[in-house]
Design a protein around this ligand. Structure first.
Ligand SMILES: Cc1cc2nc3c(=O)[nH]c(=O)nc-3n(C[C@H](O)[C@H](O)[C@H](O)COP(=O)(O)OP(=O)(O)OC[C@H]3O[C@@H](n4cnc5c(N)ncnc54)[C@H](O)[C@@H]3O)c2cc1C
Length: 226
């Protein structure tokens, strides 16, 4: 069977394509949806890569997952949105640093991390699907908040574009091994170990013009547990 991906990015067998097979440290590569979904769901931020006129651009943007697709949004006038909506190939990446790894040699310093790379062609999300997707963006951060908000106006919807990318052709890479020193280095007299890194939500700060009597809702309070 050819290694060339189909238009869908999948072999007819459903196997992982060559384009997303992790070659460097292949034991750290994962292709199951449970691993990929968990990393995407833990991330707030993605980087969207595309090429325009031969020049690669990698643009940071919020992202969220719904089912089998990853979504992002932007101003309808944004260059990034216009290029990806035109059918340009896209590479979306999310990465989470879990620890810095302090080894006994500079060479073996590292990070424990989780990351996902998704390849494909993005699809514009339109009509009621766009409204649902934007609600999902809010709810993916603060569950249940979308239903409590002032409804989005037609003008706001027109100014906002939403696109999505199938998770058909995706890889995860996970390093979770801590210190990996060379044999013999363990006796070198320097501290070695890991320092956890966390994306942490702080205490909510009310808007200066918040009317009296509106307290911090439970779903906002719970962000601190995320
Ligand atoms: C937070 C963080 C920090 C890192 N720091 C470094 C660093 O300092 N130096 C360094 O060399 N590497 C670092 N890496 C690993 C880096 O992302 C690449 O995996 C590595 O550089 C090999 O790249 P490659 O293109 O040669 O991989 P290849 O294995 O040739 O890539 C083949 C395919 O594997 C998949 N793939 C590769 N890397 C990843 C990934 N990270 N996540 C998901 N899929 C992937 C892609 O689909 C890619 O097309 C870091 C990763 C993370 C998440």
């Amino acid at each position: 069977m050819s290694n060339a991906p189909l238009a869908s990015g999948r072999h007819p067998s459903g196997a992982v394509t060559d384009r997303v097979r992790v070659r460097r440290k292949p034991d750290r590569g994962h292709y199951d949806r449970a691993t990929i979904d968990a990393i995407l769901d833990a991330a707030l931020l993605a980087h969207v890569g595309f090429v325009q006129d031969g020049q690669p651009y990698v643009i940071p943007t919020l992202c969220w997952r719904d089912g089998d697709r990853v979504y992002w949004h932007g101003s309808a006038a944004s260059r990034m949105i216009r290029v990806v909506e035109s059918g340009a190939p896209v590479c979306l990446t999310v990465s989470l640093i879990d620890s810095i790894v302090l080894a006994r040699s500079a060479m073996n310093h590292s990070t424990d991390y989780r990351s996902v790379v998704v390849l494909g062609v993005a699809t514009p999300v339109l009509g009621d699907d766009k409204v649902r997707a934007l609600d999902k963006l809010v709810d993916s951060v603060v569950p249940g908040r979308a239903a409590t908000l002032r409804p989005t106006t037609a003008k706001e919807l027109k100014a906002t574009a939403v696109v999505s990318l199938s998770l058909d052709e995706a890889s995860a890479k996970v390093r979770a091994v801590g210190v990996l020193d060379d044999p013999g280095d363990e006796t070198w007299p320097v501290w070695a170990g890991t320092v956890p890194v966390r994306l942490a939500f702080g205490s909510p700060i009310a808007a200066a013009d918040l009317p009296a009597g509106i307290g911090v809702p439970e779903n906002v309070r719970r962000l601190g547990e995320r």
